[in-house]
Design a protein around this ligand. Structure first.
Ligand SMILES: [Zn+2]
Length: 462
């Protein structure tokens, strides 16, 4: 079954102007707000033009509050009447990734055309993530248009460089922090893929994760030194041998796995749908079967990264050019994705103890895991309830987010930072389009997502 067909209550909010919403996303895609690490390549005039267009198109939304430009990022404040309520914040980013050079010919509609054809809105940003940017504004416009006034202050925060440096979201979060703002919840892009729950022992269930944190990222460099020379006398081995041994020591003796709170909560929520043994019996008493559950998760490709920090050896440099010549100094890199309970520092100490003195270890770069959000908060509960209203066949479970987003910038002023794009496009379409070719979103998935956003604002801010 297609994701779109799982959606219930498609007739909610008849006041939503569907054709205007589609035309607005089409127009927003036409601004070439491409992100580059080399900021001299960024066409800031396109961002300025997008801002002018937003101010005109959503004049009614902005008239209900204020709009600040922070660099080329936007912070829209829609003040609520009850100052005792902590504000909510909905996010999206304005920038898009470049069209991969040489792939232009493969786009059925030009990447910045915003064409509406075959039930689809086409172009770079249609799925990542201008549909959320425009969808949030359409949701606010729809609610304000029917005369609603907010009780809870609502911020709309649109960063400028999520795909590269994340400076925009950081600046917005710092601005709010400096004003002493503490947020009730944040909603950003992320997660939202529909998966079958067979590996959980629930083959008839479909799960859809809500991202509540991001794993850490670290590239560790391993350096081994040796003199080289003729390979007929390899007394004490070679640098290549030392690296190989160190890599296998590390990858085979990683820090122990854990059942995180998010995984435990997922198992509790899936329990009524788990029909297969041994998972059914184990999930009836998770604490008593923690060891078995960890083994089970560790043995399944779709689950193992949820319970452990992973290690992927990715690079090696400095090998000898000839079979009878020993290599001299060599380097390898292992890429780690860290769970919140393993810090870069604790991982480095763990690895050093494993490899001993012969191989030097250091980080090329390292980012800690983000702080897992609380799921006993209004934001999580209302988002889940909203999603369950529209997708009653899906089981929504808290999970780590697959990629990094702007959202972690808000963790210092919010303990409920949710990563969930409510536009549940079909997997084949999103896999091809996001950061790839022929990015597009179906009109149906787009309008469904807007309805979710309206409902979420309605149940949290009115
Ligand atoms: Zn994105």
């Amino acid at each position: 079954m297609r994701n779109c067909d799982l959606f219930l209550h498609e007739s909610d909010y008849p006041e939503l102007d569907a054709s205007a919403a589609v035309a607005h996303l089409s127009r927003a895609i036409q601004f070439e707000t491409t992100s580059y690490v080399d900021t001299t390549r960024i066409r800031y005039e396109e961002f300025d033009a997008l801002h002018d267009w937003l101010r005109q198109t959503y004049a009614d939304v902005l008239a209900a509050g204020s709009c600040e430009e922070i660099g080329h990022s936007l912070l829209i404040t829609l003040p609520g009447s009850d100052a005792m309520l902590r504000p909510a914040l909905l996010m999206a980013h304005q920038d898009v990734v470049p069209v991969v050079p040489g792939t232009q010919e493969r786009w059925l509609h030009a990447p910045f055309s915003g064409d509406v054809a075959d039930g689809m809105i086409w172009g770079r940003g249609a799925m990542d993530i201008k549909q959320m940017l425009v969808g949030i504004l359409e949701a606010a416009h729809t609610l304000l248009g029917r005369g609603e006034r907010l009780k809870r202050t609502l911020y709309l925060a649109f960063g400028e460089d999520e795909e590269t440096r994340s400076t925009g979201a950081r600046a917005i979060a710092q601005t709010l922090k400096a004003r002493g703002v503490q947020l009730e919840f944040v909603l950003d892009e992320g997660a939202g893929d529909v998966m079958d729950a067979g590996d959980y022992g629930a083959p008839d269930a479909l799960v859809c994760p809500i991202g509540i944190y991001e794993k850490g990222y670290a590239d560790m460099r391993l350096t081994a030194r040796s003199r080289g020379g003729h390979s007929s006398n390899p007394f004490r081995g070679t640098s290549l041998g030392a690296l190989a041994k160190a890599i296998s020591q590390i990858t085979e003796h990683m820090p122990p796995p854990r059942l995180s709170d998010a995984v435990r909560q997922s198992l509790v929520e899936l329990r009524p749908f788990i029909t297969e043994e041994p998972m059914r019996a184990w999930t009836l008493d998770i604490d008593a079967h923690e060891a078995e559950l960890l083994d089970w998760f560790s043995a399944h490709e779709s689950l193992y990264h949820l319970v452990r920090t992973t290690a992927a050896p990715t690079m090696i440099r400095g090998g000898s050019q000839a079979g009878n010549v020993m290599p001299q100094d060599m380097e390898a890199v292992i890429n780690f994705r860290l769970c919140p309970w393993d810090t870069p520092e604790s991982l480095l100490a763990h690895c050093k103890a494993l490899v001993g003195d012969g191989v030097e270890l250091s980080y090329v770069q390292k980012i800690s895991a983000s702080t897992p959000s609380r799921t006993d908060r209004l934001g999580y509960e209302r988002l889940k309830a909203t999603l369950e209203r529209y997708f009653d066949r899906l089981r929504f479970i808290p999970m780590q987010n697959r990629g990094a987003t702007d959202a972690r910038n808000y963790e210092s002023i919010c303990d409920c930072v949710l990563r969930f794009g409510p536009f549940l496009e079909e997997e084949d379409i999103s896999q091809e389009g996001i950061h790839g070719t022929n990015e597009r979103i179906s009109v149906r998935a787009y309008l469904q997502g807007i309805r979710v956003l309206i409902h979420l604002i309605e149940t949290t801010c009115l």
